[in-house]
Design a protein around this ligand. Sequence first.
Ligand code: SF4
Ligand SMILES: [Zn+2]
Length: 365
Amino acid sequence: MRASPEKAKAFTVEIGRLRVISDSHREKQHTKITSWVDNHILPDGTMGKAIAMVLPTRACKYARAKHGGCSFCTLPSDNPLNPSDEDLKRIPDNAERMFVEKSKKYSDQILAVKFYTSGSFLDPWELPIEVREEILRRFSKKVREIVIETRCEYVIKKHLDSVKKVIDPSRVIVAIGQETMNDEINKRSNNKGHTVKQFERAVRLLKQYGFRVKGYILLKPIFVSEKLAKDDAIFSAKQMIMLGVDGISINPCYIGKWTLMEMLFKRGGYSPPWLWTVLDVTIAIKRLGKDIIVISDPVAAGKDRGPRNCGKCDNSIKESLKKFSGSQNLKYLEGIDCVCRNIYENTLIAETFSSGQGIFGYNGH
Ligand code: SF4
Ligand SMILES: [Zn+2]
């Protein structure tokens, strides 16, 4: 079903209104780096740890546009609203300090660092080019692999040349939150502002330069039924793999504050996916290609606002997904069962009969 122009406008007006509220809660200036340690695996199978850091950049410019950015995203709310140039220049030093502190416990197990910016690492408005280069220069000497995230529009030669100048592209994973390879879902549910064509162009260019590419898949966007969310995630992974991505990250939705997703959730119009869906999708995607690194480590798993099951099996599934993501071994995911599996399967059928196919009938593109 296609939304009328009035409904499409109301959709973005609402997201924009919520983003204004979200931005009003952001600190104007701060230099805090949030950091944690993840399991990590290199393409040659070496297992170890990665230090993830959220850098206090200006955050996503797309989110600050009038239409409010992606309908599910709350990431920029932790970043400063207006950091000064001086604050941004301090990021390499602060990141290095944080790295040293976090590494203490793991000594030689640290293989990688992941830089999250709540937006695009390659956007020079968010993170000035000289600061970006300084971060990459320093960390290229500390770890074997660096992960960065960006929207497609910043994947241009100028930015890729600037990265290539300071680090070998084969050591950099560029992650893109494409979310789905279905343009209709990205437009009507996610307000993503990326088309499949734009994503394809970005992936091709990155591969030409020798970067490694990771595609993010958003599992169960708003206005999409559980069954269709499953189909869409697997379809999108297939398309991304055909394009040549090296890794897929499955990101099951959780309810972020001041988002359209939260508004629907509070009115009973949306619920995050079941952990069964996460598990099934992870297994199916990994089976698409054993060389593809699949990460499936859901945020808020088992919590009210995150993907969940009956409550009894949530923790064990969460732990199994973690072990799988760090090892790529499907043995951790196979043979899991619980009494709620039956309820889940019946829900999928009932949902299809009661609400048809969600808003979207699924036929891929
Ligand atoms: S999901 Fe990414 S592109 Fe979308 S608003 Fe959030 S940070 Fe920006
Ligand atoms: Zn259960």
